[in-house]
Write a protein that binds this ligand. Structure first.
Ligand code: DOR
Ligand code: ZN
Length: 444
């Protein structure tokens, strides 16, 4: 879907406001095409105007490179507090996000201790100022009934796990899920759901490969969970995490719910590697299933791209398959892998920008994800000619490995956070200005 053409305003149309800080000149995708633009950014880090700028501030001209909105990744696990720190911390994971072009991450509650009450939420929030390179929205887990109401006033969203996974071993019984969703709808926060129905789990007693893992937690477990979720009240801001099948995507679209697909489910299959590095929940699927999901994504039928960045130390991922933890890192490669697919003409830039920037920002109720007046100047500069290869040892996640080793990628050269450049020549330069954000939905 291409946004309707918009008249480009000039600064002189505007009444004087806070002083301008920078004018960023380059090319941007606006009004349905790539065109030269000048983006005026004010001292508050907001975009003042997009168009021809005649006056007012130092000008930074990036030539024919492309200015994009920074991405929002709705789904990361930064492993803090509780570690393991060899996998990730808030500083390492948010620097990885910044270098990969992600300006806001949704941090999941399955840390140690888990974020199940307001005290744990406040403690986690206290770890962000001065240490996070990008903004963080904190999810909470609604597993403690009496803690929910207070938690809803502190957290940025809820995350509900329907099946056991890392750090969340006891999901609510599926029969209680519809009632819980009705209660959560009353809080007005976004609710993300890990949609696998454990009643459908079967398969080899001792899984030894990703193929076995896929048999054990099969696509029908996802479809069964989607069936239960489809009874959720319309008032619930429901988002389904890491959808792995085109069939589930079709049903969620028909029901009008938000959902995401991850680069690993879009690009890798259960035959991509024999060992536990690609062990993940939900599992990587067959090549045919993966290809169908990719087609849905390409067509624009998957609303959101998110990483489910779930790093584990390589030593743990090198254990025998059945004992290794599930999860793969991905926040730093989320956008760069897809920019390379755009360059290869396998994906349209507008489709990617909607899925990686605009829709997730809207979902979190944030004025980012678009190059438009009034939005925060969270922007990237990308040179589509500068292709590189993903190398785990050069990434910034503490875990030091990636399931995308050797894949083609295009990393942003610059990243602006509230108008300040935090990545230059592809490297993070600070400062750690990330903060905790909560949804700012317009009253409906
Ligand atoms: O593979 C996964 N890893 N899936 C999840 O749901 C959790 C995650 C983790 O935290 O390691
Ligand atoms: Zn996750």
């Amino acid at each position: 879907m291409v946004p309707p053409p918009r008249r480009l305003r000039s600064v002189s149309d505007d009444a004087p406001q806070s002083p301008l800080r920078t004018i960023l000149a380059g090319r941007a995708y606006l009004g349905g095409r790539l065109q030269p633009v000048e983006i005026a950014i004010d001292e508050d880090g907001r975009i003042r105007s997009v168009g021809k700028v005649r006056t007012g501030a130092p000008r930074h001209d990036v030539g024919d490179r492309v200015i994009l909105p920074a991405a929002t990744d709705l789904h990361v696990h930064l492993r803090e507090p509780g570690g393991p720190a060899e996998a990730e911390t808030i500083p390492t994971g948010t620097v990885a996000a910044a270098v990969g072009g992600v300006g806001l991450v949704g941090e999941m509650p399955n840390t140690v201790p888990p974020v199940v009450d307001a005290e744990a939420a406040r403690a986690k929030a206290g770890r962000v100022p001065g240490r996070a390179a990008v903004d963080v929205l904190l999810y909470a887990s609604p597993t403690v009934p009496r803690a929910r109401a207070e938690l809803a006033r502190v957290a940025g969203g809820f995350k509900l796990y329907l099946s056991p996974t890392t750090g969340m071993e006891t999901p609510p019984p599926m029969t209680e899920v519809p009632g819980l969703l009705r209660e959560l709808a009353g809080f007005g926060l976004p609710v993300a759901v890990h949609a696998e129905d454990p009643r459908q789990f079967a398969g080899p007693e001792r899984p030894r490969t990703p193929v076995d893992w896929n048999l054990g937690r099969p696509p029908r477990a996802e479809l069964a969970a989607v069936e239960v979720l489809s009874r959720a009240p319309d008032a619930l801001r429901l988002h389904v995490a890491h959808v792995t099948t085109a069939e589930a995507a079709d049903r969620l679209r028909a029901r009008g719910f938000s959902f995401e697909a991850t680069p690993h489910h879009l690009l890798l299959s259960d035959r991509s590697g024999p060992d536990a590095r690609t062990k993940v929940n939900p599992p990587l699927r067959s090549e045919a299933e993966r290809a169908r999901l990719w087609e849905a994504f390409r067509r624009g039928d998957v609303p959101v791209l998110a990483s489910d960045h779930a790093p584990h130390p390589l030593a743990e991922k090198s254990l025998p398959f059945d004992r290794a933890p599930s999860g793969v890192p991905g926040v730093e490669t989320l956008l760069p892998l897809m920019l390379a697919r755009v360059r290869a003409r396998e994906l349209d830039l507008p489709t990617l920008l909607l899925a990686a920037c605009e829709r997730p920002a809207r979902w979190f109720g944030q004025p980012i994800g678009r190059i438009a007046p009034g939005h925060r100047a969270n922007l990237l500069v990308v040179d589509f000619r500068r292709r590189t290869t993903v190398e785990g040892r050069r990434l910034h996640s503490a875990c030091g490995w990636t399931p995308f080793e050797g894949w083609e990628a295009i990393f942003p050269e610059e990243h602006y956070h509230d108008g300040a450049r935090i990545v230059e020549a592809g490297e993070y330069v600070g400062p750690a200005s990330g903060r905790v954000v909560r949804p700012e939905y317009a009253p409906s």
